[in-house]
Design a protein around this ligand. Sequence first.
Ligand code: PEP
Ligand code: MN
Length: 343
Amino acid sequence: MIVVMKPSASQKDIDNICNIITASGQTPHISQGKETTIIGIVGDKTKVDKDILRAADGVENVVQVTESYKLANRKFHPQPTVVKVGKDDTVDPVYIGGKNFVVMSGPCAVESYEEVRSTAEAVKKSGASILRGGAYKPRTSPYSFQGLEVEGLKILSQVGRELRMPVISEVTSEEAFCNALPYLDIVQIGARNMQNFSLLKAVGKTKMPVMLKRGIAATIDEWLNAAEYILSEGNENVILCERGIRTYETSTRNTLDISAVPVIKTKSHLPIIVDPSHATGVRAYVAPLARAAAACGADGLMIETHPDPAKALSDGPQSLTFDMFDSLCKELRPITEVVGRSF
Ligand code: PEP
Ligand code: MN
């Protein structure tokens, strides 16, 4: 349920509504817009008397929110959320969800210092502002390269600090999350763990920015409910990432659901990044879909790059060379400009 206040409502009116909500054992969530304030109620709505709220001073309307996700819902929070990334002054801060179009790039897996450093230098020069690199790899086969784990996180963090770039890496368990906390600026929850609820809750208990990828077979509502698990624990720094879903089509690794971008923008206030690398699994399709994502309103991209994709230990076929990445960034500039973003 949400209480929409009149533009003329005073602070006293807002406090009064919050007191009514708190007295009924529920929690008020205030979203302050330029003109109107919206107060969301999370919890058992039957405990709050709608008629009392409706009759209170300064109230414009009381609206039922039928969706099961509340804090992730645009009705609760009409302004877009902007997540600040970069946990200290050793990196240049990046804002995701605002005016800037944000490109994250780097290798699928951290393999060595040289690999990460050369990739970071190249992608930064082309326009990427966040460095990615997998250290805990959720591989389909247990015999594939599983990642360098903490060793990999140390390399990623060191290179990120050397180039002043915030870093992002995936964690696959609560234990990995605890190990990763000191090294990361954004923690990634991968498609396979979108509904790992204990991991979502653990991440939710911190203030660490988290990029939540869409599950391989998840509907948008299931994805937003997964985000709600993080938000409901108190962590508001959630970024969504569309990375393709499983369909009957086999020409690409997954099917990029580009429509998820406008759907998420309608249903939620959370920023959305598109990952055309994992969506397609094919290098040649990455740039066209990256351009489409920028054109349809995504807040940014995650693109895999590698100094020598043929030798990559993971996801070589979808990794861009540095030249390909540079060309893509040049193509993105006019597109982002047309849709009113800076890149
Ligand atoms: C990744 O980004 O490295 C990854 C494994 O992605 P996904 O969870 O989307 O498969
Ligand atoms: Mn990968």
